[in-house]
Design a protein around this ligand. Structure first.
Ligand code: DGP
Ligand code: NA
Ligand code: NA
Length: 214
């Protein structure tokens, strides 16, 4: 058998934020920097559009199909659950995971729709691996608008994104999670430096603790 965790488990690091805050760019830069400093790391993203469930989600986001709102919520959650065995395996092998969106996007986006409570939205994700660090890339809606036109996917309107931001702000109050709010209006390099510092701390701390559960 492969020798298990010679240097402790990897950390689960999640980047969240409204659309166009720069999450994907920062995830890639962080993984590269961690690897260069000798810390094994890999990127993941949710939704993972490559699986069968992910393809259903992708068609929905591209407005090629319509799905009932509760159903979509459960599909997004199922898409996270189907990757859990792989996530645990990597974390236990000492690889830190840098994840572009997670359960918090799930709750923020669905609860921004009329008739959905935060409480109901959280239930399907209960038990998922708990992030050691949640970096929230904070960007004012006006600032996001200056970064160019929204795309044509579902949810990509400034009115909807404003509600999503409010939902995220509520979720950030949860003291059982390590939320760090990052001002995303600054340069790519400034953001990266701050994100890297928080991540290195989280990686050091995670080595001494078991993987938690949401
Ligand atoms: P991205 O591939 O990062 O652009 O994300 C796809 C879109 O799906 C984006 O608008 C955010 C939204 N989204 C991400 N996760 C969830 C989720 O779990 N539930 C819902 N309803 N929307 C989500
Ligand atoms: Na998007
Ligand atoms: Na992105």
């Amino acid at each position: 058998a492969r020798s298990k965790m010679p240097c402790g488990r990897g950390a689960l690091i999640v980047l969240e934020g409204v659309d166009r805050a720069g999450k994907t760019t920062q995830c890639k830069k962080l993984v590269q920097a961690l690897i260069e400093s000798g810390r094994p790391a890999e990127m993941m993203r949710f939704p993972d559009r490559t699986t069968k469930i992910g393809q259903l989600i992708s068609a929905y986001l591209e407005k090629k199909s319509n799905l009932e709102d509760h159903t979509v919520h459960l599909l997004f959650s199922a898409n996270r659950w189907e990757l859990v065995p792989l996530m645990r395996e990597k974390l236990e092998r000492g690889i830190s995971l840098v994840v572009d969106r997670y359960a918090f996007s799930g709750v923020a986006f669905t609860s921004a729709k009329p008739g959905f409570s935060l409480e109901w939205c959280k239930i399907p994700d209960v038990g998922l691996p708990k992030p050691d660090l949640v970096l929230f890339l904070q960007l004012h809606p006006a600032e996001a608008a200056q970064r160019g036109q929204f795309g044509s996917e579902r949810y990509e309107t400034s009115d909807f994104q404003k509600i999503v931001l409010q939902r995220f702000e509520h979720l950030m109050k949860d003291p059982s999670l390590n939320w760090q709010v990052i001002d995303a209006a600054r340069s790519i390099e400034d953001l990266h430096a701050e994100i890297k510092t928080h991540s290195e701390t989280a990686i050091t701390m995670a080595k001494k603790q078991p993987i938690g559960e949401l």
